[in-house]
Design a protein around this ligand. Sequence first.
Ligand SMILES: [Zn+2]
Length: 88
Amino acid sequence: MDEPRCDDALSELYSFIDGELDEAKRASIEAHLNDCSPCLEAFDFESDLRKVIASRCKDRVPEDLRLRIMAALEQVDDQHAVESSEAT
Ligand SMILES: [Zn+2]
């Protein structure tokens, strides 16, 4: 089998978003994303992040997208808080 693993999918994520992959590679990453929700979430987040960065240049971020990014960042903060309170 030549299925891409999560590591492979994630390492190609930026090229995938930027449309730099050839057709076959693209299709295999896409198949993995459809199959694997953690990778799909990572992909969604990265591509939304790109949109935010792109739209910041135009001085406007859609409100729902901004809230989504902030919620995602808060989740990361929460995880860090849990980890450090467990460590002490
Ligand atoms: Zn995966």
